[in-house]
Design a protein around this ligand. Structure first.
Ligand SMILES: [Ca+2]
Ligand SMILES: [Ca+2]
Ligand SMILES: [Ca+2]
Ligand SMILES: [Ca+2]
Length: 144
């Protein structure tokens, strides 16, 4: 056994590890969000995953735990068309449950959750989660 052989084997092993780990890091995994492995994501599970994804914090530019309409507009940015298709043009007002002109993390999370529950079954199944994963990922709607 030569030193060269050892070096080559070690870098090949490192490469295999890097390739295997890649996709799991780049994408939101359904199984990570489905904490009880029931095959669907409940609103409680959603709130945890959504909070971890960091979208709300990223949009809340001044960190006052409220998303103002200006912060909302900045967050939607150039994705207005896709956004309206997904959540509807009146989403901001609809999600502001207490009509105080700002969205709490709960109001925002519930609105998004309902938006992804396309069949209105009350939970998010894997195909519905696919849209959410795309939106949270690189260059997606939320791109965080
Ligand atoms: Ca579940
Ligand atoms: Ca704010
Ligand atoms: Ca509110
Ligand atoms: Ca559903």
């Amino acid at each position: 056994m030569t030193m060269n052989w050892l070096k080559t084997t070690a870098s090949a092993a490192a490469l295999v590890l890097a390739v295997a780990a890649g996709p799991a890091i780049a994408q939101e995994a359904f199984s990570d969000w489905d904490a009880d492995a029931s095959g669907s994501i409940s609103e409680t599970e959603w709130n945890t995953g959504w909070s971890d994804a960091g979208v709300y914090d990223a949009w809340d530019a001044n960190d006052d735990n409220a998303i103002s309409e200006d912060e909302w507009t900045a967050g939607v940015g150039e994705n207005e068309e896709l956004w309206n298709e997904r959540f509807g043009e009146t989403a901001y007002g609809d999600w502001d449950a207490d009509d105080d002109g700002a969205l709490t993390e709960e109001e925002f999370g519930s609105g998004v959750y309902a938006g992804y529950d396309a069949d209105e079954s009350g939970v998010i199944e894997e195909p519905e989660f696919g849209d959410a994963g795309d939106d949270i990922g690189d260059e997606g709607l939320f791109d965080v």
